[in-house]
Structure formats: structure tokens, C-alpha cells
Design a protein around this ligand. Structure first.
Ligand code: NAG
Ligand code: NAG
Ligand code: NAG
Ligand code: NAG
Length: 761
């Protein structure tokens, strides 16, 4: 029982807990292997649109791609069944097929592409305040944006616990007339807050979309949970829990079980959400181990393209494979790719050693009855075994942990909380969890099962040295509760947050933005005190971390912007968010990463979201769906590959393709060889009619830049202006690696900033 829960948790929680990664990748790799070694598997088949596209014609059309029915019983088992029919974001279907059956389909008129589905993983009381939604004495952005009223956020995730108080509908008006969705819960639990909930999993289509694991309720609550007074976890982070857009509507699309998410189900969820009438899609899912995946074989990218084309804003988690470079998921330019950063709240737990030294860390579980007397301290890896050092399953059997406080290292095939369970079951009384080198100073607050604290790598090394230095090492943990506002480093990029450059399109800077994703409190379907998978109706919350938590913050902010500016396109909303982002922390210093050194652009993108400023960006970089076609051709995709994404016949030979960096994007990623490169950008004035912007530039080291013109003059709202930037490589030598800078258009009132990343080839 315990074991199966862990397996389930591990795959599902990928985008919210980095140290599950190893375990998860291996489990999911196994799942993928199982899938691909079976004679038939689920394929997603995309086709052209039939001439008549009413429902019956569409069904007949899709059937026509399947092999014809034969009557022998053995063949009947092989007869493929369509499991999903798509019609909004793509034309096509999902069915279990053999590779021979797929091969036979390829010659049929109207066939576009077929790919076997992959298995993906699911990747607050305080954040609205931290994001400045309440500031300016009632004139804060919440008021201006009407708390997100009238906007529908679709959450593609693991379902929801509908009775949770975060989904009460006080103050939320009925859904807009365009809403066509359904509520598949049996009792009447949907309301004006939770306006729809559907289960798109092909294996469980008739089951209500309950959240079995927690991730789905947490992300939905973060995006648009309503006000709940007195929320806390073990008494910590006490306050009023509320999502980012408290009066927006929520529509839930369950595409994941407690085990994993299948691509055909995710595509079905996006397809149905678009038809239902959502305005924003929040997708905290991603590939288990991010790898080079061109956009035409990335079903989230394909679905998101169709949604964006219909004016829907798509916000996705960047994945949790940081701090290593090139680890992003969901990096298509029509998606907002969201990385995770800290907030100015820690749930502090301090390790005190026998020599009096103290090291601050974090833990959500802070037992009041824990005596802060010194206990014997042991390093779990003292036997020289790496598995023991990581406190993996069964690895502490020959380490003397009884009655002791145990120092464990982060990582390996076990979760952070799982390490504590291991210690507890072997008779240990407390845990100090230390980072590996790569995670540096980045720590997380977890609902541990025993007194614990998570400390950084440098602290861990000092604790190890202390253990080495004495015959009788001792330590204890001092629980200090919730500390707000004492974090001069907040926001900082979390170690787990995946980093660019984008592998699929290095000429687009990714991630786009960072937002709160560390130790986030939000709705949870069961009590974490005595966590079981059984669904309870008890009001509960949990504190978890990951880009999965950052993504719904940005989905909520997009909903607020949509409420405040109903006519803004997805690209305009993204531009507003990016060009107004903060690049300094609360102390006014550059945003740092897990090393406490300034974070690079592959970690931060445009910076940390500032919703108040995003509401009034001055100038925006807009994009229409057609603009992506020359860009996709420029990626050297074939006509069929472009059609797979855009769902329109493409002829790259007949259009002028563009370099990736030429896309009218709010940031620059320049791949610079020995020749100069020149790009144009077009900005649209969404500020005051009469306004003048002048240029400010920070030129990346090792290059020259020429921008013209250097002044933009507007006399009308929605007036456009174009400028050109030339990037000029300078003398040989020293030009290795990366360079960073920015360009900024500044008026009396606005500052429109685009980061510039240079990759020297
Ligand atoms: C919201 O803003 C308006 C001005 O835009 C102001 O008159 C009103 O009092 C504000 N409401 C609250 C609740 O602060
Ligand atoms: C380390 O411990 C694990 C679990 O107890 C065991 O399976 C493994 O063989 C050990 N490795 C070495 C090198 O002793
Ligand atoms: C502690 O001692 C062990 C064994 O002598 C050594 O390998 C290790 O590097 C020491 N650790 C520290 C942090 O000094
Ligand atoms: C959790 O379960 C244990 C034993 O089953 C019980 O003693 C304890 O009170 C429970 N804790 C909570 C918070 O429910």
C-alpha cells in the first residue's frame, strides 16, 4: 500500500518536487518501454479537415482511416477503437494501433501525421500580497481587474476535490453566456466558481474527475481559489488562503491519474476546453525527462497552438529539471513558459549543533512537543554507501539511527518526505536534509513525517565537518514558525526550475518569466497530517513546490489581465507580463539563483512577474497565428510538420521563412557567429495616445549593437512603430559562451524592457 502510493506520487509530482526526478524518470521510462514493446499502442493521428465537418461526417472521416473490419474472432481483438476524437485545436483522433496499421494509413488521402503517445508527468495564503495585488490602498490590481470576474480558467491536471472551501462561489457571478462546459460530478457540487469538471482519461471516462493525489486541487486553487479564512498547514503559514484571480471561474479537465498523464488525454482535454469556452489554459504538466522534442512531436505544443489561434492564453510549467541548462519543457513561443522562484516567506527550522553553530532551513511540519534538547547526530552515509547517504529505501538497516537525528543528502530514488519515513521506520527521531552541490542554497518547506529541516549545501558540508570533528556529535532542531519579509534574497530562482536555452528553438529566449513556485500553500484534497489517498471532505491545505505551482500563478495573472483588457490577444498579454517584469529582488539587488549569485537569463527569462505593471505596459509586441508559419518554416520543418502544428496546409517553399529571432517576440535570443544579424520588431501603443519613447540599451559583452530609430513617437492608441536592431560580433577571442543585456523603451510613465541573450556560436 505504502509502496504503491509512493510510486503513484512520484510520477505525478514531477513538476513539483525535484528530488523525485530520478525515481520518476526511471518509472516513467519503464511505462514508456512497456507501451512501446506491446504490439499495439495509442497513436495520435492528425488529418486534414473533411469537407463537411458536422459530427457524423467527422466520425465517418476518422473511421475511414482505420483498417476495415474483418469477422474472425482473433482479428476482432485487433480491431482498433477510436478513444478520442479531436475537432477544435486539431483535426484527428487517438486510437490503439499497430505500426503496420499506421503505415497503411499514411497513404490515405487527408492523412497528416501519426505519433505514438508519450506518458507525461504532472509536473496560497501569502502570494497575492507578495505579488502586489493588494497594494496601493485598495487601488491595487485586484480591484482594477475585478478579481478576475467573467474570465474562465481551464486547468488541465489531475482533477479536483469539488467540496474544498477554496472552490466556494461567494461573490462570483454566474458563468458568461458563451460557456458550454459540463460538470461530471454526480451530486450538484459545481457552482459559479467551479463551473465545469470533466474526465478526459480514456481509461476512466465514466468516473467523476476527483483529484486522487492533490496536484490538481492545488494548481486550481492557486490560479483562482476563492477566499478561505484561517488556512494553514500544521498551524504554519496561517492566513486567508486565496488564489490569484479569486472571482474568476474554474473549469477542470482531468487528464492525469494518480500515476501519469497520457498525451492523447491531454490533447483531448485541451480540445474540449476550447470548445467549452475557456479564456486561459493552465497546464502544469510536462515530459518526465525533458529532451529534444521538436514542436511537431510535442502534443502540448500542438494543442496549445490551436488554442492560441482561438484567442486562448496558454500558461505552462517550465519543468523541474534545474539547475542544469537545456532542461525546459513547454517552450514553444505561443506558450508562456513559467519558471519557479521563492517568495518572502519561509517556514523556518534551524539545526543547532553541539558546538553551538546554527544553520537555518525549512520544514512545514513543526511539532510543538519536540524537545529542543541535543540528540546524538549521525551522517546516514557514514558507512560509505551512497544509497545510505541518500536515505534510500532499506539503506539504513546497517546504519545506527535509533534515537538519533540523521543527516541525509537530497536526491536519489526517494522523495524528500520518503527519506524521513525511512528514518522514522528505522527508529530515528529527526532528520537534517542537506542539498547536493548543484542545489546550492535552494531549500523547500515540506510536510515531513518527523521533526526535520532542509538546509543548503554549504550548511550541510559544515555539519558533516562537525560530525568528523568530534567523537560525540549532537544536534537538535529549533522550530521558528512562519517568517515573512525577512528574505532579502526573495524572489530567487529555485534550483529545481528548468533552464534554457530552448533545445527546440534556441532563437527564442525561454523560460519567459518566473513566478512564485516555492513552498506554496493551496488547496489539498486530504489532510497531510495523516495522509492517505482516500478523499476526505475535510478542509485541508498543503505547502508544495515546483514550476507546477508557478504556472497557475501566471494563469491567474493572465485572467486578471484578460478581465481588465478583454480584447488583448494571447501575445499581447504575454508581452505585457514580460516587458514589465522585475529584475531585482525585494532588497533592490539582482535576482539570484541557488548559488546566491545573480541568475542568468536562462533561469529568469524576462524576470519576476509584476502584475500591477503588466496591467499598464505602454507598448506591446503582438503576434498573429499567421506570423508563426514563416517562423516554423525557418526551423527547417517540412510542410507536413508545419501542417501538423498549424492544421493548415503549408508550402514553406512559397513563403519567406524567417530566422527564429525575427519572430516579433518581447525578448531576444541571438545565436551569433561571425556575421552581423539584424532584426526588426513592431510595437503597438496601448498606453496614452500622445507618447514619446526613448531608447536605453545595455549591450552584451563582446558585441556591438545598433538600434534605429532611437526614439518612437506615437499620436494614437493602437498605433504601431517598427525598429531595427543590429547585433555586431566584435573581434575574435573572448566571445565564447553567453552574453546578456537588454533594450528598453522608456517614456515618462512606462518602461518596456526586452532582455537580450547572446549565444556565441
Ligand atoms: C476600486 O477602485 C476604485 C477606483 O478605480 C475606487 O473608487 C474603489 O473605492 C476601489 N474599491 C476598493 C474596494 O478599494
Ligand atoms: C549500499 O546499500 C544498499 C542498500 O542497503 C545495498 O543494496 C548496496 O549493495 C550497498 N552498496 C554497496 C556498494 O555496498
Ligand atoms: C569527513 O571524514 C571523511 C572520512 O575521513 C572524509 O572522507 C570526508 O571528506 C570528511 N568530510 C568533511 C566534510 O570534512
Ligand atoms: C495521525 O494518526 C496517529 C495514529 O494513527 C494519531 O495518533 C494522530 O493523532 C493523528 N494525527 C492527526 C493530526 O490526525
Amino acid at each position: 500500500m505504502e509502496n504503491s502510493r509512493c510510486t503513484a506520487l512520484c510520477i505525478l509530482t514531477f513538476l513539483f518536487a525535484i528530488d523525485f526526478n530520478l525515481y520518476c524518470s526511471s518509472t516513467a521510462a519503464l511505462a514508456e518501454e512497456l507501451l512501446s514493446s506491446s504490439p499495439s499502442q495509442t497513436y495520435i493521428v492528425l488529418t486534414r479537415k473533411p469537407e463537411a465537418d458536422d459530427e457524423v461526417s467527422l466520425q465517418n472521416w476518422y473511421q475511414s482511416f482505420l483498417p476495415t473490419v474483418t469477422t474472425t474472432s482473433s482479428d476482432q481483438q485487433q480491431q482498433p477503437q477510436i478513444v478520442h476524437e479531436y475537432r477544435n485545436v486539431v483535426t484527428g483522433f487517438a486510437a490503439r494501433l499497430t505500426s503496420e496499421q499506421v503505415k497503411a494509413m499514411e497513404d490515405k488521402e487527408g492523412f497528416v501525421s501519426a505519433q505514438p503517445e508519450k506518458i507525461l508527468a504532472l509536473q496560497t495564503t501569502h502570494t497575492p500580497n507578495f505579488l502586489g495585488l493588494l497594494n496601493d490602498r485598495g487601488l491595487g490590481f485586484w480591484n482594477r481587474s475585478n478579481y478576475g470576474k467573467g474570465v474562465i480558467i481551464g486547468v488541465v491536471d489531475g482533477g479536483v476535490l469539488p467540496h474544498h472551501p477554496s472552490f466556494n462561489d461567494e461573490g462570483v457571478p454566474p458563468p458568461p453566456a458563451k460557456w458550454k462546459g459540463k460538470c461530471e460530478f454526480k451530486s450538484k457540487v459545481c457552482n459559479n466558481k467551479l463551473i465545469g469538471a470533466r474526465n478526459l482519461q480514456k481509461v476512466a471516462k465514466n468516473e467523476p474527475p476527483f483529484d486522487e493525489e492533490g496536484h490538481g486541487s492545488h494548481t486550481a486553487g492557486t490560479a483562482a481559489g476563492n477566499f478561505v479564512k484561517g488556512a494553514n498547514v500544521f498551524g504554519n503559514a496561517y492566513g486567508t488562503a486565496v488564489g490569484v484571480a479569486p472571482h474568476a471561474h474554474l473549469a477542470i479537465y482531468k487528464a492525469c491519474s494518480a500515476k501519469a498523464c497520457a498525451e492523447s488525454d491531454i490533447l483531448a482535454a485541451i480540445d474540449v476546453a476550447v470548445e467549452d469556452g475557456v479564456d486561459v489554459l493552465s497546464i502544469s504538466l510536462g515530459h518526465v525527462s525533458p529532451r529534444l522534442s521538436p514542436f511537431y512531436s510535442d502534443l502540448i505544443a500542438i494543442g496549445a497552438f490551436g488554442a492560441t489561434q482561438k484567442g486562448i492564453f496558454v500558461s505552462c510549467a517550465a519543468a523541474n529539471s534545474g539547475p542544469h541548462l537545456k532542461t525546459l519543457s513547454n517552450d514553444a513561443p505561443w506558450i508562456l513558459t513559467v519558471g519557479a522562484s521563492t517568495i518572502d516567506r519561509t517556514i523556518k527550522a534551524t539545526a543547532r549543533l553541539g558546538n553551538g553553530a546554527e544553520y537555518d532551513g525549512q520544514s512545514t511540519f513543526q511539532p510543538e512537543d519536540f524537545q529542543s534538547t541535543l540528540l546524538p547526530l549521525v551522517y546516514a552515509g557514514s558507512n560509505g554507501n551512497q544509497s545510505s547517504a541518500l536515505c534510500e529505501k532499506g539503506s539504513l538497516k546497517n546504519v545506527d539511527v535509533k534515537g538519533k537525528i540523521v543527516l541525509c543528502e537530497k536526491g536519489g530514488r526517494i522523495s524528500r518526505i520518503g527519506k524521513g519515513k525511512e528514518i522514522k521506520s528505522d527508529g530515528g527521531v529527526a532528520m537534517i536534509l542537506m542539498n547536493q552541490k548543484a542545489d546550492g542554497y535552494s531549500t523547500l518547506s515540506d510536510s515531513h513525517v518527523l521533526p526535520a529541516t532542509h538546509v543548503g549545501y554549504a550548511s550541510g558540508l559544515k555539519i558533516k565537518a562537525y560530525i568528523n570533528s568530534t567523537k560525540d556529535p549532537k544536534a537538535t532542531i529549533l522550530f521558528k514558525g512562519t517568517i515573512i519579509g525577512h528574505q532579502s534574497f526573495a524572489p530567487a530562482v529555485a534550483s529545481l526550475s528548468s533552464r534554457g536555452p530552448s533545445q527546440a528553438s534556441p532563437g527564442i529566449l525561454k523560460p519567459d518569466i518566473i513566478g512564485p513556485g516555492v513552498s506554496i500553500l493551496a488547496a489539498w484534497p486530504f489532510s497531510v497530517d495523516n495522509s492517505t489517498t482516500s478523499i476526505s471532505t475535510k478542509s485541508t491545505f498543503n505547502i508544495i513546490s515546483g514550476t507546477s505551482m508557478a504556472c497557475p500563478h501566471l494563469s491567474g495573472i493572465a485572467a486578471l489581465l484578460k478581465s481588465s483588457h478583454p480584447h488583448w490577444s494571447p501575445a499581447v498579454i504575454k508581452s505585457a507580463i514580460m516587458t514589465t517584469a522585475d529584475v531585482v529582488n525585494l532588497a533592490g539587488n539582482p535576482i539570484v539563483d541557488q548559488t546566491l549569485s545573480p541568475a542568468d537569463l536562462f533561469a529568469t527569462g524576462a524576470g519576476h512577474v509584476n502584475p500591477f505593471k503588466a496591467n499598464d505596459p505602454g507598448l506591446v509586441y503582438d503576434l498573429q497565428s499567421d506570423d508563426y508559419i514563416p517562423y516554423l518554416c525557418g526551423l527547417k520543418y517540412t510542410d507536413k510538420q508545419v501542417e501538423t502544428i498549424t492544421q493548415r496546409q503549408a508550402k514553406c517553399s512559397q513563403i519567406k521563412s524567417i530566422a527564429e529571432t525575427q519572430l516579433n517576440y518581447p525578448s531576444f535570443s541571438v545565436l551569433l557567429g561571425s556575421a552581423s544579424q539584424s532584426y526588426t520588431r513592431t510595437v503597438t501603443n496601448v498606453g496614452e495616445a500622445n507618447s514619446i519613447y526613448t531608447l536605453e540599451v545595455s549591450v552584451p559583452q563582446g558585441i556591438g549593437m545598433r538600434v534605429s530609430p532611437r526614439k518612437l513617437v506615437f499620436t494614437k492608441v493602437n498605433q504601431k512603430a517598427t525598429y531595427t536592431v543590429e547585433f555586431i560580433p566584435q573581434r575574435e577571442g573572448g566571445n565564447r559562451g553567453f552574453g546578456e543585456g537588454y533594450l528598453k523603451w522608456v517614456s515618462g510613465k512606462h518602461s518596456v524592457r526586452s532582455p537580450i541573450s547572446v549565444i556565441f556560436k
